[in-house]
Design a protein around this ligand. Sequence first.
Ligand SMILES: [Zn+2]
Length: 870
Amino acid sequence: MKKNLLNPNFGWLLLLFLFFIAANPASAQKKKNKKGKKAQVEAPAKPKPPKKDKKTIKGLTKASKKIEGLFTLYQDTTNGSIQMLINKEQLDREYIYFSQIADGVVDVFSFRGAYRGSKIFKIEKYYDKIEFVAQNNSSYFDADNAIAKAAHANISEGVMASEKILAYDTTSGNYLIAANNLFLKETFMQVKPPRFPNQSPSAFSLGTLSKDKTKVRGIRNYPANTDLKIEYVYSKPSVLNSGSRGVTDGRNVSIKVYHSLIQVPENDYQPRIDDPRAGFFTTQVTDMTSMSPTPYRDLVHRWHLKKKDPDATISEPVEPITWWIENTTPHEIRPIIRQAGLRWNEAFEKAGFKNAVVIKEQPDDATWDAGDIRYNVLRWTASPNPVFGGYGPSFVNPRTGQILGADIMLEYGSLKGNLLNEKIFDEALLETYLQNGENEKAFMEHDPAYCTAGQMAKLNNMFGLTALSVLGGSELDKSKMIKEFLHFLILHEMGHTLGLNHNMKASQFHGLKDINNQEVTEKVGLIGSVMDYPAVNFASDRENQGLYWTTRPGPYDHWVIEFGYKPVKSPDELQPILNRSTRPELVFGNDADDMRSPGKAIDPRVNVNDMTHDAVEYAVERMKLAKKVSKELLKKYQKPNQSYHELRNAYLVVTSQQAGAANIISRYIGGVYVDRAFVGQQGGTKPFTPVELEKQKKAMKALNDFVFSPEAFTVPSALYSHLQMQRRGYNFISRPEDPKIHARILNIQRTVLRHLLHYNTLQRITDSEMYGNAYSLSSFMSDLNQGIFKSDIYGNVGSIRRNLQVEYTQVLINMLTGSQKTRFNHLAKSMALYNLKRIRKMAGSATGNTATRAHKEHLKTLIDNALDEV
Ligand SMILES: [Zn+2]
């Protein structure tokens, strides 16, 4: 509308614009000059042609400091700019590029020690330029096959940089190029994350890379690697979201990155080809000349271990995998870290190596730091907003899979009884539990070592410590639990650096009978592999407590190391090892197979936070324990002269365990066991076997009893009136501080419903009825309907149940009319409709108090409106 032109804001803008023009005559003049034929001001004098000696390397580097190494660098002593020498011997040769974050902000997933992967590049000369070209290593061609001549068809290499040659020295064969563009821009790697399509406009984001503020922070040059530390500064004039506590000024954010240019190792390392039954990180390579239906030559990531004495059954390696405990590590935990890390040597003995892992301590006066890729360092950080509890990345030669370096990052916060990240805590194992699945998926795509074992284990450990406090555990018990937790965390993260990915099936190793038999578990481990995310093992019967956390690599770990590291003359020698994969103690399933997110994956044995091969019963026990603990919380957490903050934390921790257990149980309904044994392999079953009827029924009953029933979450009402956070500044400004009791309980129930009534689950139930599933869709959905309504719909329905019943009815309606209705098959929709009509009928009774009658009117209206739309 025209009127708007006259509004005060517009007037202000106009005034501001006029002021700008008045205050900047030069800028107005400049614009004019551009358009005018000739500027009135005198043109700058043409630069004189450089003197001849300036064209020499010596002349051009006169004011620079020379730093010799794999690629000799010159840094200008007046302005810090850098130049680089490339020798003609280095042209057309392959090198490895690797980068890691020296320090960043977790808001953009850049944190100290984050690895950004490695790639192969070549240096090529094109007339007067030197080019850096990333190489593709995803294909393999058998050189004897003529098709190998077409190896480069439709493969795009990446020309990362093209720099003019500034000078050439014929005697040494050296070319000099400017190197600022190589390192002070995002030439070798993308530092700033892209804006994701579904990212909120108010999400924290970086400004544009500032040329003036970005600088070289350090150069380390060695014969086999050239490393630079660069501080990238991203600036923007104003911010809506100024970031978390770690960001000092949201307008100017620094991310410090190490770039390493590395000589390709020349050695007799033999690549090992991956097998789907063993869980290694890999570099995927496709054999383009093979006729196999699975032409995979995926390279296992592993260290170059070679026996000192090749003929001995067991020998020390020529070069062990050496770890350094960073000098930032608290002294009291160093012995535990050493002991835990060295336990990996037991696994290497199966592969024929003694003392494969060596652990040393970084002296306080060491002249190197953890960013130095020549050292593998066990590091500790205390971040303002931790994104992990532990992280064990490694980097490899992409041509062979040989691991060239690794670090382990551990968060000091993992050891503490609080959580600095209040958001994670508040939603612990509810929203975050779901999101983690999604985030991990996204994050793992560019960093497969991303790991939340520390976070998950910490939440579990906090439950264990709470349960100990309530049930009268001693200080000795508590310190045992923390020590074992640390053992587990170190073993897990170190496992990643040996090349192992997660094995979320490994907690199925023992049954209920042995899980607390310490004589057994001390010897073989509490779980089949330390690469799982298990629940804390807490015995309800306090007389019978075994290990809380595993303290040594399990049988799967021994086996997988044997497969990955045993020196062999031919791959056939690995077959007998692989043939053992069907043994129950060697079960394996990784992150892609685990069922932590609703609707994801199919085998309920592959999951996080579970324990034993009777995981449903174990989870039921945990539900009972959680309930017992929550009844006592108020009594135990009244600490004189303290706020109720710790009590509130304890309540959240306990309900998180209930949420975790509910999810474990729900996955058995409609679950299908997966067996990846090869045809004819001894001990192998069918690839897909539906979960037994009794187990599914038992799971359904457990959900009805411990998640949906009117009594499922009852606690003494006095507890609710004490769930108070301690005030800090204005921390209640964004939402009121009263406990959100109904919302929290409904969240737990909703998470379970999201899985049970997920279109993937429902489709699998009907499909698996065709190959052995005896718990039919109609039985399952009827049992669920009964569980949610039967016990109270004709009497007075309590508020928690009313909330659940409306939620559930809405989920059924959404199957028929919601935005995702096309994803549900007709069979599932028929059952949804059938159940809605049954609910409509039950809600037709005019019994109960006013609240109940209002509730039933609500249900009827929802259903009537929905049925009109179907
Ligand atoms: Zn992990």
